[in-house]
Write a protein that binds this ligand. Structure first.
Ligand code: FAQ
Length: 312
């Protein structure tokens, strides 16, 4: 056992990858299943806010782009459930845990999409935050998760750009459109900052996850990186970020920003966000409506396996 632990520690120290067949400490496995499952659930639940606008996209082009983006999120969910399965988790069980409210998904998807500008702002801010958080995960110490993240990040970059391009178009439109973008930014800015998780001083998992090189940066480091990256983009767009304390700090070489309302974050995590009940109810309904597809796929797989047995 000591040998196995030493081998694991050496692999991590040498910045090499742990693969599914390698020995790993139980805590490492549990942490990865928790994070990857939460990430997968986020991608799947994350289809709902934007899905709300597919039927109301203003042009065929916008509709095609939005459909492609929402389908990408479904794909991300599937890669991630597959990565979790390499750790011995069962996708059906993870889904049950989500539906029973026993596993989390990102707080951000518990906010409503009230206007079409929200489609652009989600692309710009939510996908922007997701990229900031997820690019370092391409170097996660667990091979299957790191490899899944490479493709996911490429697609998230397209999502971020489509959001920014949409907002650029609206900002060059009418006063009403500009006001719609500003109103949307006002609603999404603070929840986007919350996506990075609790402050480092209140993050029970960060220290160990960084020691295991699952996480490469702390929550606060990534949040700061996101703010620094986004402020110039807001200026180029011509929108105001809703934080009177936001200003460049030349000594730190970063933007200072105001206090996040952590009581709101905790309430959303506890199930009391504006859309928690709606999101889970919708997911549950979709799962029940899809039961026949799962049954048909299982029956087909069984038939196929029997045929192969006979042929062998
Ligand atoms: N929401 O100790 P830490 C996307 C939980 S995908 C809900 O700091 P950790 C794509 C955390 O799980 C967005 N829960 O935890 C898209 C833990 O709870 P537990 C999802 C949160 O894991 C775009 C507790 O708080 N991305 O956006 C949140 O070290 C557009 C203590 O926190 C990922 O999942 C939160 N915001 O760090 C799709 C990325 N923050 O399990 C559609 C991978 C924290 O102990 C449209 N995940 N919690 O009961 C990560 O990088 C990490 O898990 C963190 C949290 C950074 C999220």
């Amino acid at each position: 056992m000591d040998d196995l632990q030493a081998q694991f520690d050496a692999t991590i120290a040498a910045d090499q990858r742990i693969e599914p067949r390698d020995w790993m400490p139980e805590g490492y496995r549990r942490t990865l299943i928790r994070q990857i499952a939460q990430h997968a659930h986020s991608e799947i639940i994350g289809m709902q806010p934007e899905g709300n606008w597919i039927l109301r996209a203003p042009t065929l082009r916008r509709k095609a782009i939005l459909l492609a983006k929402v389908q990408d999120e479904a794909g991300h969910g599937l890669y991630l459930y597959s990565a979790a399965e390499t750790l011995g988790a069962d996708r059906a069980e993870l889904t049950e845990l989500l539906l029973a409210g026993k596993q989390k998904y990102s707080s951000i998807f518990n906010y409503p999409t009230l206007s079409y500008a929200d489609v652009g702002v989600i692309g710009w801010l939510v996908d922007g935050a997701a990229i900031c958080n997820q690019v370092p995960l391409c170097r996660c110490s667990y091979g299957p998760y790191a490899r899944a993240m490479i493709r996911i990040c490429k697609e998230e970059s397209f999502h971020q750009r489509q959001g920014y391009e949409l907002l650029m178009a609206m900002m060059q439109g009418t006063d009403e459109q500009r006001a719609m973008v500003q109103e949307s930014v006002n609603r999404w800015w603070w929840p986007s900052l919350m996506m990075f998780g609790p402050p480092d001083s209140d993050s029970p998992n960060t220290q160990q996850s960084m020691a295991w090189k699952i996480k490469r940066h702390s929550n606060d480091e990534l949040r700061q990186r996101f703010v620094d990256m986004t402020v110039p983009q807001a200026e180029a767009l011509g929108v105001t970020l809703p934080d009177p304390d936001l200003r460049w700090n030349p000594e730190r070489g970063h933007y200072d920003f105001g206090e996040i309302d952590w009581s709101e974050f905790k309430a959303v995590l506890a199930g009391a966000g504006p859309c928690n009940a709606q999101r889970l109810a919708h997911r549950r309904r979709a799962h029940e409506n899809g039961a026949w597809v799962r049954e048909a796929a299982a029956a087909y797989a069984e038939k196929h396996a029997r045929k192969q047995e006979v042929a062998a």
